[in-house]
Write a protein that binds this ligand. Sequence first.
Ligand code: FE
Length: 341
Amino acid sequence: MIYKNFLNFILCTVLLSCNVEKNDEINIYSQRHYQVDKKQYENFEKKTGIKINVIKAGADELLERLYNEGENSPADLFVTVDAGKLQKGVEKGLFQKIKNKIIESNIIADLKDVNSYWVPVTYRARLIVYSNERVLSHELSTYEDLANPKWKGKILVRSSSNAYNQALMASMYANIGEEATKKWSKGIVNNLARDPKGNDRDQVKAIASGQGDLAIVNSYYIGMLLSSEKESEVLAGKSISVFFPNQAKEDRGTHVNISGFALTKNAPNRENAIKLLEYLTDVEAQNTYVNNSFEYPVNPKVKPSKIVSSWGEFKFDKLDLNLLGSLRADAIKIFDYTGWK
Ligand code: FE
């Protein structure tokens, strides 16, 4: 039996394609780096008997791989934490549309892809956190205000090479235009507490140790810090409060991005892949996401985790998230032009 499996494996490898034979499996190319995914896939496997194989790498690397593999790609799904990367894949012709009533009815309308090429499974806010000791919430208002000289030497943020920051910059560009975005970026650079370094969690730790007063971070990292097994991380999480920018009545809301899946153009296991997306957007899996990775649920029937709910509800920016991809190059130019390292 083992010998036969091995022979099959060799054959598949040599032919680069076992598409002819319908296996009960799904192949995922994943950029996501969170523990919760493993749990989700195991739960799905137990329920359906469909085996999930995952290959992890950077989003750009996986898109390139899909492109190079073309029709012979074993991948059924591509998952990433940025709508911009999904848009990039759409632009390269790597995906097929997903039209499915169950999936569509599971997701908040404002988060759906207007072109039906990708399916969000969670979303996250890129919000402001501030020192409980040195900042009062009423001093904060918008992303734009972070460029105000009153914050000189106080702002912490990671480097411009990071996709979360590129998406935020692209959203600024889409909302306030090129000139105002340049000015804004320059203002942020002038207000930095230190040269950009580290990940989002490191920015919060730097507030806790007094290196700065404000940071721009993704929402779920605060949930992760507060529920960490490391005491230093819990203390860092407790040293700050969360602020949702741009909430005024006439304003656009806080910038959000999604984690989302796209179905590859030649997905060998298309039906299984759709089944997985139905499962991941349904109540059970949505609860698993919110309680493990502290992201926001895309299914309106599900509430965020206790920690995340405690920050209250917020209005999010309803921008077409595909713009985060089509404006990425412009965003990167602005980072370079204004010296955001
Ligand atoms: Fe992340």
